[in-house]
Design a protein around this ligand. Structure first.
Ligand code: AMP
Ligand code: ZN
Length: 108
């Protein structure tokens, strides 16, 4: 999609460093990190939101990317959160998975 900022990133228009790339997804650092590790994993194909995702292969690649990034960033030991934004709650209308950490355990 021409005007979509994440599609532009996929096309390499901003020289974004990819922390993971395969046939279906790329991962890169969030420009406004909310945690020391804050990475976005997005499908290469423009998918507006989770409910419109059709290809199982994308989810398989998201799993591979996130598991690798958890390991590379020592988040298994230090805690992490994965957030998937959907229609109406997101700023960028291109499906993306936030991986953030380390996370504290919530106080109950
Ligand atoms: P949201 O759609 O609410 O999940 O927010 C979009 C996320 O994308 C925010 O966390 C932004 O900081 C991030 N973001 C927007 N533009 C870029 C960019 N060019 N490179 C990296 N992250 C971005
Ligand atoms: Zn897009």
């Amino acid at each position: 999609m021409d005007s979509c900022i994440f599609c532009k990133i996929v096309r390499g228009e901003f020289d974004t460093e990819f922390l993971y790339e395969d046939e279906y997804v790329v991962a890169f650092k969030d420009i406004h990190p909310q945690k020391p590790v804050h990475i976005l994993v997005i499908p290469k194909e423009h998918v507006k939101e989770f409910s419109q995702l059709k290809k199982d292969e994308v989810l398989s690649s998201v799993r591979k990317a996130i598991q690798l990034l958890i390991s590379e960033n020592d988040l298994q030991e230090n805690g992490y959160r994965i957030e998937v934004n959907g229609g109406g709650s997101q700023l960028v209308d291109h499906l993306h998975f936030h991986l953030m950490g380390p996370m504290e355990k919530p106080i109950v």
